[in-house]
Every structure is written in C-alpha cells, then in structure tokens.
Write a new protein. Structure first.
Length: 185
C-alpha cells in the first residue's frame, strides 16, 4: 500500500535488525503491551517468523511502515483478525525519531481502508494506554470513536495501566467517505 510519504509492505526477515534497533528504545517499548525491553538481540527473526505463521492462519495482517524517500522501515502496523466476528484490532508503533511527524496517522488511515475494503471487516478497534496521548490521538484523527476505558486493565514493567478503547464500524467509515466526497464537489 502506498500513501503520500509511506509504503506499507510485507515484512521480510531482512527487517529484523531494523526492528530490533527501533523497538529496542525504551520509550517505544513502554508505549506497547508486547515489545520486550531490553529487546533481546537476534529475537526479531523469531518474531517475524511467528508473524508469517500467524498470517498463514489468518490471525493477523502486518505491514512494515517504510518511508518512501529513504526506504527505511520506521515502524510496524497490523490488524489482529477475529474472522468469526468480522472485526480486527489495530496496533502500531513508530520509531521514536519519527514521532510527531504524522506517519502513524498516515499509515493508520491506509490500514483502515485496507481492513474495511479488502478484508471486509465490519469493525476495527484499538486500545491505548490512557497515558499515551500520541497513540489515542492517532485513533481520533482517523475517525475511531472513543468507546470506553478499562481501569488498571494491564500491567507493564511493574505498573498497572488504564486502556482506552476506540472503534469504528464499516458503515461509519463508508458514511465518512461519502461525506468527504460530497464536500469535495
């Protein structure tokens, strides 16, 4: 998938060193539920192979977020799929040096379109630590609606965190596209 500044492409094992480099930053790891810190050297290969296996089982779809100009991997974005319910949970992270540049928003917009139009999902939702405004602001910018907060729902690095949940239905997504189309006429 291509956006104005990004190319979202499938992962390869060649991405392992770059993933370790970016995800190894404590500030990136602490903003997620699953990135270990410190990031074990050489473990990104196993992570990528696990993703390949999960993709074959249709449990996940994951893309490397790459800058078009530099062709560098700057983060990852995925949808964890729940086929029986036609829904997916959106997740993403971007390397710290790329924060605040709109890359997360740009990649998320593209993945929403993919999820609704290609995967035919009925709902896409996401969760964020309430203490991570960069993440939940992306959700708001792309049209996900706040659905609620689960208090002290997860523990990370010995501390409990509240999770804010956001979601978007396919019908809401389509209405927004129609509205934008009419506004542009």
């Amino acid at each position: 998938m291509e956006t104005k500044r990004l190319l979202l492409r499938r992962l390869t094992t060649d991405d392992s060193e770059r993933i370790e480099e970016l995800a190894g930053d404590y500030d990136v790891a602490k903003s997620t539920l699953n990135i270990p810190h410190p990031y074990p050297k050489g473990s990104a290969i196993q992570f990528i192979e696990n993703i390949f296996s999960a993709e074959k089982s249709e449990k996940i779809i994951m893309f490397a977020i790459t800058e078009k100009e530099s062709q560098l991997l700057i983060g990852l974005i995925n949808i964890n799929l729940s086929a029986p319910y036609k829904r997916g949970e959106l997740a993403y992270w971007v390397g710290k040096q790329y924060w605040g540049k709109g890359y997360g928003t740009e990649a998320t917009k593209a993945l929403l379109e993919y999820g609704f139009n290609q995967l035919n999902l009925n709902k896409i939702f996401a969760a964020s630590f309430t203490s991570n405004p960069g993440s939940w602001r992306i959700m708001e910018k792309v049209g996900l609606k706040y659905e609620g907060t689960l208090k002290q729902h997860v523990a990370r690095f010995g501390q409990f965190y509240d999770l804010a949940y956001y979601g978007l239905l396919k019908e809401e997504f389509e209405k927004e596209i129609q509205k934008k189309s009419l506004d542009n006429k």
